[in-house]
Design a binder for this molecule. Structure first.
Ligand SMILES: [Zn+2]
Length: 333
């Protein structure tokens, strides 16, 4: 990464502030080991992954990210992951009256399958380039969009009563356009549910270059709580609630980020142990050994961080529920 190259002058895409600059330390992708700079907005605290990598078409996903069709993790962790998603689906069904539900990027489809079991009519929108096992889901109506130059999402206006972005918005090339498309497809009074890592959380700010939920370059945008709320308000939404995201992810975010401080050049080794399979095969063995040997230190420190986070309500991942306003004229300026 060329630290001395001329820094471009940019505006924050979310709040328009010109107080945007590079963070002090570049961040490394734990899979490819490529480095990336982060741009930070001093006003809304959102961060942006900046790549000067010459190979712009490089695929940073693949087997080390998804592991396999059966899941991202080894059996026990995957079951826990699925259990949490089922719990999330039950919460959504109980709290929001929705018949037609869209999830943007549904992965293994745990949330939608449960919502379907509870009686909803479920749809998923995926990138046309997604893996076949994602696109050919027998239980969910999967629609595709070509990320480059596609005009509108393939749904009628006002069709859905609930649209979910579950740890997806940060991956999308143009989140503002995606929110605008969601707004077009959501009926008035309908709910948008967005879950993202929180770049303004304590766990993010203390460990930024090695923060587990940073996940550069797959995460292109790193939303702060304030930045995401501001973006939704600009797009005609009323914030209903901001809740802790998945607490398992919040806790693990603390633990793995602290463990990474012991192996800053090779991060997330313990996470790869939990993934098993191909990711474990390609882990840096020395880093894994160091993270296992220091477990007695980072587990209690991670727990302490988690409890501080719970008390301060500044969660490592957040879920925002927002209601589409009835009409533009109802907005008060
Ligand atoms: Zn900003």
């Amino acid at each position: 990464m060329q630290q001395d190259e001329q820094k471009p002058l940019v505006k924050c895409r979310f709040c328009g502030s010109e107080k945007v600059g590079f963070t002090s330390t570049p961040c490394k992708d734990y899979i490819s080991e490529d480095s990336f700079d982060l741009l930070e907005c001093k006003n809304c605290q959102c961060l942006f992954t900046h790549s000067s990598h010459p190979d712009r078409d490089k695929n940073y996903y693949g087997v080390d990210y998804y592991n396999s069709e059966a899941g991202k993790f080894s059996t026990i962790i995957e079951r826990l992951f699925r259990f949490n998603h089922i719990k999330n689906a039950k919460f959504l069904k109980k709290n929001f009256l929705a018949e037609q539900i869209l999830e943007v990027g549904c992965g293994r489809g745990y949330i939608l399958k449960e919502l379907r079991r509870l009686g909803a009519d479920v749809y998923c929108l995926e990138s046309a380039g997604a893996a076949d096992w994602i696109l050919n889901n027998n239980e969910i109506k999967v629609y595709t969009i070509n990320e480059e130059g596609e005009p509108d999402w393939p749904f009628e206006p006002d069709f859905f009563q609930l649209i979910i972005f579950w740890h997806v918005l940060e991956h999308l090339p143009d989140p503002i356009e995606s929110i605008k498309q969601a707004t077009r497809c959501l009926n008035s009074g309908g709910t948008l549910c967005i879950s993202v890592p929180n770049a303004s959380s304590l766990q993010a700010r203390l460990n930024l270059p090695t923060w587990f939920h940073l996940d550069v370059p797959r995460h292109l945008y790193h939303f702060s709580r304030q930045g995401l709320i501001s973006l939704l308000k600009q797009n005609n939404y009323q914030i209903i609630a901001v809740r802790a995201g998945d607490r398992l992810q919040n806790l693990f975010g603390w633990m793995q980020s602290i463990a990474n401080l012991f192996t800053p050049k090779s991060t997330n080794a313990f996470f790869r142990l939990l993934q098993g399979g191909k990711p474990l095969n390609s882990v840096n063995k020395q880093a894994l050994l160091v993270q296992i040997l220091t477990i007695w230190l980072w587990v209690p420190l991670g727990l302490l961080g988690f409890f501080i986070e719970e008390i301060s309500k500044n969660y490592g991942t957040i879920t925002i529920y927002a209601k589409k306003r009835e009409s533009i004229s109802s907005i008060r300026y």
